[in-house]
Design a protein around this ligand. Structure first.
Ligand code: ATP
Ligand code: MG
Length: 233
């Protein structure tokens, strides 16, 4: 279980997060919604350890991570798929996946987990292809697949639907909850694509000016009036 309490932080002296509290259970997908600039990306970066928290606590199954650098958090089981994917364009698909296995090497992980190819069959077919020549949707699948190669217990996904075609958005919406259930993975899904967020999430939170201001079930948010009110659309 990922537990975040009173988390604040941002870019140097500029505070962006303002006391975030969030709990994500193993096997659960939590959707994080909010307007541009609300602090969604910042929040994932602070959890992953790329940005320093100024206060608060982040625990994973009881282990405090707040003072650990990003690579130690990755080894502890936090996987981050950044906005814009962050794959190695010049490496092949297989090499990208192999890089992903390193986070698990100290926890006894051996090689590329077979389920990655079940979830994303295209990655098996394209193992030898240079990653930069994949389509946007295929690159997103590679980015998620690579994260899974580290056998994480937390997966932070930043706008996986951004810039990809609708049929792949749908397949990502289908696969995220399945991976969460089957792997017992705690997923934080940042999304501006509401259909995807509502389909894939068990619970949703709205972030505004670096604070979580509302929580709702996807069923509640399917009501357009409530949604418009919460997101101030
Ligand atoms: N590298 C940076 N240096 C300084 N400020 C930044 C930096 N990146 C983002 N910010 C600021 O932090 C705030 C939160 O940005 P963030 O990227 O977390 O928002 P977001 O919710 O992910 O938005 P979007 O939906 O556009 O991705 C914004 O005010 C933004 O201008
Ligand atoms: Mg963002």
């Amino acid at each position: 279980m990922l537990m975040i309490r009173g988390l604040s932080g941002g870019y140097g002296a500029l505070p962006v997060l303002n006391g975030i509290d969030l709990r994500v259970e193993a096997g659960e997908v939590v959707g994080l919604l909010g307007r541009n600039g609300a602090g969604k990306t910042t929040m994932l970066r602070v959890i992953a350890g790329w940005l320093r928290a100024t206060s608060g606590s982040i625990t994973l199954d009881g282990q405090e991570l707040i003072r650990l650098p990003a690579f130690r958090r990755a080894r502890a089981g936090i996987a981050h798929v950044p906005q814009g994917r962050g794959i190695f364009n010049a490496l092949t698909v297989r090499e990208n996946l192999e890089v992903g296995t390193r986070a698990a090497s100290l926890r006894g992980g051996q090689g590329i987990p077979e389920d990655v190819f079940h979830y994303f069959p295209i990655l098996r077919e394209r193992q030898g292809q240079i990653a930069g020549t994949l389509s946007g949707g295929q690159q997103q699948q590679l980015a998620i697949g690579r994260a899974l190669c580290g056998r994480p217990s937390v997966l932070l996904l930043d706008e996986p639907s951004e810039g990809i075609q609708p049929n792949i958005v749908q397949s990502i919406a289908d696969i995220i909850p399945r991976i969460a259930r089957e792997r017992g993975l705690a997923v934080v899904l940042v999304e501006q694509n509401l259909d995807l967020a509502l389909q894939a999430s068990d619970r949703c939170f709205v972030i505004e000016k670096g604070k979580i201001v509302h929580s709702a079930t996807p069923a509640e948010l399917a009501d357009e009036t409530i949604l418009k009110e919460l997101l101030a659309l």
